[in-house]
Design a protein around this ligand. Sequence first.
Ligand SMILES: CCCCCCCCCCCC(=O)SCCNC(=O)CCNC(=O)[C@H](O)C(C)(C)COP(=O)(O)OP(=O)(O)OC[C@H]1O[C@@H](n2cnc3c(N)ncnc32)[C@H](O)[C@@H]1OP(=O)(O)O
Length: 194
Amino acid sequence: MSGTSTGLMPPADAVTPVRHPEAPAPGELLGAHYGQCFGCGGGQPHGLQLEARAGDGVSVTAEFTVRPAHQGAPGLAHGGVLATALDETLGSLNWLLRVVSVTGRLETDFLLPVPVDTVLYLEAEVTAVAGRKIYSTATGRIGGPDGPVAVRADAVFIEVKVDHFIENGRPAEIRAAMNDPDQIRRVRAFEVNP
Ligand SMILES: CCCCCCCCCCCC(=O)SCCNC(=O)CCNC(=O)[C@H](O)C(C)(C)COP(=O)(O)OP(=O)(O)OC[C@H]1O[C@@H](n2cnc3c(N)ncnc32)[C@H](O)[C@@H]1OP(=O)(O)O
């Protein structure tokens, strides 16, 4: 990891991440963790609707097509949208570890402009784990999966209990999520993590 912030440097006692034995198989689509998520939910018409796939080890890949609703400058993706794509891809690493974690810190480099209609080929992997802190890194390439890196990020995610969402989310959405059998199933998949 090449993050410049001290908060992104794994401590000396950090360990190598371990793929959960029941993690989705390499190549398997992970699906949205929440249908209304701006990053991955199918219920957000202007969201990124990003579909991540399990990779080898503790890694994922994803593709995101920049649409006109994602512009910052004329014909170019907004940097915050690209940061969201990186954040969401990094967040989907939760499925490989089978823990629930949220972004604590996200450091982003924007290396190339990304025009509307471009497909951003994203890859992310966990690099180290220290207690509740999960260190990870991601790239977004254009022109193909082996094209030049347009954006990259280093992050630390912090493991939380499902209660984090129940206690902090707006009650109406929490109630709706609790009444959705698919949502319960997805959360249970994380809760069985030993
Ligand atoms: C239902 C669907 C599910 C699936 C849900 C999946 C969601 C993925 C969505 C995509 C990702 C997102 O956008 S997530 C949304 C954006 N993020 C958030 O909303 C998070 C808001 N922040 C918080 O709620 C809080 O600050 C937390 C939970 C991150 C940490 O609070 P806490 O639980 O009290 O933990 P705390 O004791 O402070 O810290 C624990 C350890 O982490 C370190 N730590 C804490 N914050 C940071 C930080 N920013 N940078 C570096 N390190 C940090 C501390 O130094 C400490 O290290 P040590 O002393 O142990 O060494």
